[in-house]
Design a protein around this ligand. Structure first.
Ligand code: FE2
Length: 272
C-alpha cells in the first residue's frame, strides 16, 4: 500500500494561510502545470539528477509538485461542499462525477463511488494523475505493464491500496501504475454521510494532460481492460466498458471559483 502514497510536504506558505483550500488547490494546479510546461520547453526532465543540469536552478518543478500535493492533501469533503452535490443526485448511477475545472493543462474533478460501485479497470494514456480520498474508503488496484502493444498488455507489477482521507494523495504516472480500478471500500463513519441510504466514498482526481487533450475526435480518452491469465502470466486485454458502469454528473457546490479561474487564465495564457 505504501508505494502508492505520495508523502506531501508540510509547506504551508505564510501569505496563503487564509486562502480557501479549493482556491489554493487551483492555484497550485496551475503553478504545477506551468512548471511542467516550462521544464519540458527547456528539455529538462525530472529524471535528470540536479548535478547534471547547467543553467538556472531546477527546483521549481519539485516545489510546485510538493505544493500541489500539499494542497490536495489538505482538501476535505466540506471544502468542496460534497454533501450538497450529493443531495442533487437524481439517478442511481454507481458512480457520480463533479466537474471542478478543465483547461489545456489539466482536469480537476471529484468522483463519488456509491456502496457496491466500482470504476472498472482503465488507463490514462500518457497522463499523470493524483488522487486524494475525501470521504469513506476506496480500494485501488493498479498495474504497471510491460510491452503494451495492440489490445494486450503484460503485467509487470500489481499494487493494492486501501485509502481513506487520512492518507496522502496517491500517484499514477504515464507508465507507472497507469492502469487501475477503484472500488468503494467503506462509507464515512458519520451516519449522515449517506445519500438516501446509500453510503459513498469520494476522491478528488487531478489529471494532466486533461481528458480532452487528444486532438483525435475518434480516440477515447481512456481504454478499459479485462484481466486474463495466459500461461501463468497476468495480462490485461482492452475491452468495452462494462454495462454495469456509468456515471451521473453532479454540480459543484463549493466555493465559487469563477473569479479565481478568470484571474489564473489571465496569468497563464498558455493554459487555454
Ligand atoms: Fe482513473
Amino acid at each position: 500500500m505504501g508505494n502508492l502514497g505520495y508523502q506531501a510536504q508540510p509547506s504551508e506558505s505564510g501569505d496563503h494561510s487564509e486562502m480557501h483550500r479549493v482556491e489554493k488547490l487551483l492555484r497550485a494546479a496551475y503553478s504545477y502545470c506551468a512548471s511542467k510546461a516550462q521544464l519540458s520547453n527547456t528539455s529538462l526532465t525530472r529524471d535528470l539528477p540536479a548535478a547534471s543540469l547547467a543553467g538556472p536552478p531546477l527546483p521549481i518543478s519539485w516545489d510546485s509538485e510538493a505544493e500541489l500535493m500539499t494542497a490536495l492533501d489538505k482538501c476535505t469533503a466540506d471544502d468542496v461542499n460534497l454533501s450538497h452535490s450529493i443531495e442533487r443526485c437524481k439517478l442511481d448511477a454507481p458512480v457520480a462525477f463533479i466537474h471542478l475545472h478543465e483547461n489545456k493543462w489539466f482536469t480537476l474533478g471529484i468522483f463519488v463511488i456509491f456502496k457496491g460501485g466500482r470504476i472498472p479497470l482503465h488507463d490514462h494514456p500518457n497522463m499523470s494523475g493524483f488522487l486524494k480520498v475525501i470521504e469513506g474508503k476506496v480500494r485501488i488496484r493498479s498495474y504497471t505493464t510491460a510491452d503494451q502493444s495492440g489490445v494486450c498488455a503484460t503485467v509487470e507489477e500489481e499494487s493494492h491500496a486501501l485509502l481513506d482521507s487520512s492518507h496522502p494523495p496517491c500517484v499514477l504516472g504515464p507508465e507507472d501504475k497507469n492502469i487501475h480500478e477503484i472500488e468503494y471500500a467503506g462509507g464515512s463513519e458519520n451516519e449522515s454521510e449517506t445519500y438516501q441510504g446509500r453510503p459513498y466514498a469520494s476522491f478528488i482526481d487531478f489529471l494532466s494532460p486533461p481528458y480532452k487533450s487528444d486532438p483525435d475526435p475518434f480516440s477515447e480518452s481512456c481504454n478499459y481492460y479485462a484481466r486474463a491469465q495466459v500461461e501463468s502470466r497476468c495480462v490485461l486485454r482492452k475491452c468495452p466498458p462494462p454495462r454495469s458502469y456509468w456515471t451521473e454528473d453532479l454540480p459543484y457546490c463549493g466555493q465559487s471559483v469563477e473569479d479565481i479561474i478568470e484571474e489564473l487564465r489571465r496569468n497563464y495564457p498558455d493554459s487555454h
